[in-house]
Design a protein. Structure first.
Ligand SMILES: NC(=O)c1ccc[n+]([C@@H]2O[C@H](COP(=O)([O-])OP(=O)(O)OC[C@H]3O[C@@H](n4cnc5c(N)ncnc54)[C@H](O)[C@@H]3O)[C@@H](O)[C@H]2O)c1
Length: 379
């Protein structure tokens, strides 16, 4: 058994949404040991949380700069090897950049940065350092999403015609209708979230899902946002028409005010020979539609699944795979890359997905601002 990879955590404190998902996922395949952290900007909270989850306090630092400085003083075989960046969006770029410049590997939450320029600088830094960079578009780790990708690559749908991806949530309803509340959350503050709320937070997952599963690139888009209130600077709902070249068209729909919706990411991909339908809230069911045959249902863990899909399944069929397993699969792929082992390029989203995602977000904002015009994404 190889030694565990020394993992640092930035953000993801006890008060956070996503911290627990990363902590559990990093343990699932026994590849990582949480060795150091800055869980919170407040040192007392940071230490209190580290005690709660039993992380050695000598490597719980007062802030990110101190973590880098102190870790760099340690011999390489003791130093943190990879850091997970789980802070609000505006901190992803400065943290990831400094980590790459100092030779650390990076696992980073989406959206990767707050601007396309930052994303390109990060790409340059990553190429220079040669470090592994995994972007946690969590949902690409599900066995049935991997199955879709591999079957589409093998031609199961023939030529693709249309893609329809949606990501609907309703949680901002509680906040958006109250003026004080809507000025108090970081996801609606452009200084902390970047220029978009709905597309930056969830639309970008749907965009990544479209490119991950189809293997095609979005070439241009036209977007229409809803802000709901004049004093709200951030989109909370949007519809995006997409063109993927060669007569492949589609739509990406995102909403944080879709009343009653929970975490409704779903994708439908239609091709000349059939279609796939997959929904995040029932992730173990992949439906294949046809004009001439009954609906087929694919499920995880069966021998008929592809190697990439089976690699993401740990138990025999009938033991449901969930969001923790999906994130764990991304951590597993990153672990293989960090150790220099062989891995499939579908095992984790990369820094290139991060640059594409930022191009998508910025282009939706530009299109909406220009009065809903078509905007080209970069190649
Ligand atoms: N992959 C996904 O599906 C998914 C889901 C939810 C959130 N996210 C992303 O994860 C990131 C965090 O989101 P969240 O919902 O957990 O946010 P959150 O506000 O719930 O938690 C943020 C955490 O970062 C900490 N933090 C803030 N400033 C810090 C600093 N300077 N140093 C160290 N820690 C600091 C906070 O104390 C808190 O613990 C965001 O970028 C978000 O887009 C991704």
């Amino acid at each position: 058994m190889p030694k565990k990879i020394r993992l640092g955590i930035l953000g993801g404190g006890g008060d956070s949404l996503i911290g627990v998902l990363h902590r559990v996922a990093s343990h699932i395949n026994d590849n990582y040991q949480i060795t150091g952290a800055v869980f919170n900007p407040n040192y007392e909270d940071n230490v209190a949380f580290a005690k709660e989850i039993d992380i050695p306090l000598n490597r719980v630092y007062k802030d990110f700069d101190t973590l880098v400085e102190e870790e760099m003083k340690l011999p390489e075989d003791e130093r943190i090897q990879v850091c997970s960046v789980l802070t609000p969006n505006f901190l992803h770029f400065p943290m990831a950049k400094k980590l790459l410049d100092n030779g650390f590997h990076v696992i980073c939450e989406k959206p990767m940065t707050t601007t396309l320029e930052e994303a390109k600088i990060l790409l340059e830094a990553q190429q220079k350092s040669g470090a592994v960079f995994a972007l946690t578009h969590t949902y690409t780790g599900y066995p049935m999403v991997r199955q879709m990708r591999e079957m589409i690559k093998a031609g199961a749908l023939g030529k693709i015609h249309k893609v329809d991806a949606r990501y609907y949530q309703g949680w901002i309803n509680e906040i958006i209708h109250d003026k004080d509340k809507r000025n108090s959350v970081w996801r609606l503050d452009p200084k902390k979230a970047g220029i978009s709320s709905c597309m930056g937070d969830i639309g970008v997952h749907a965009f990544n899902m479209v490119e991950y599963t189809t293997g095609l690139k979005v070439k241009s888009l036209l977007c229409d946002f809803n802000y709901l209130y004049d004093d709200n600077q951030m989109d909370v709902d949007g519809t995006v028409l997409i063109r993927m070249g060669d007569n492949v068209k589609g739509v990406i729909r995102g909403s944080q005010v879709a009343t009653g919706e929970e975490n409704g990411l779903a994708i439908r991909i239609y091709g000349e020979k059939g279609a796939f339908v997959w929904e995040q809230e029932n992730p173990n069911f992949l439906y294949k539609l046809s004009d001439t045959e009954p609906v087929q249902i694919y499920k995880p863990g069966h021998a008929y699944n592809t190697e990439l899909s089976l690699d993401g399944t740990k138990l025999p069929p009938g033991h449901p795979e969930g969001i923790f397993d999906s994130m764990a699969n991304i951590y597993l792929g990153a672990a293989r890359a960090i150790r220099g082992e062989k891995y499939n390029d579908g095992e984790f989203p990369t820094i290139i997905d991060g640059v594409r995602g930022m191009d998508f977000i910025i282009s939706t904002v530009e299109s909406n601002k220009n009065g809903n015009t078509w905007v080209n994404l970069e190649d």
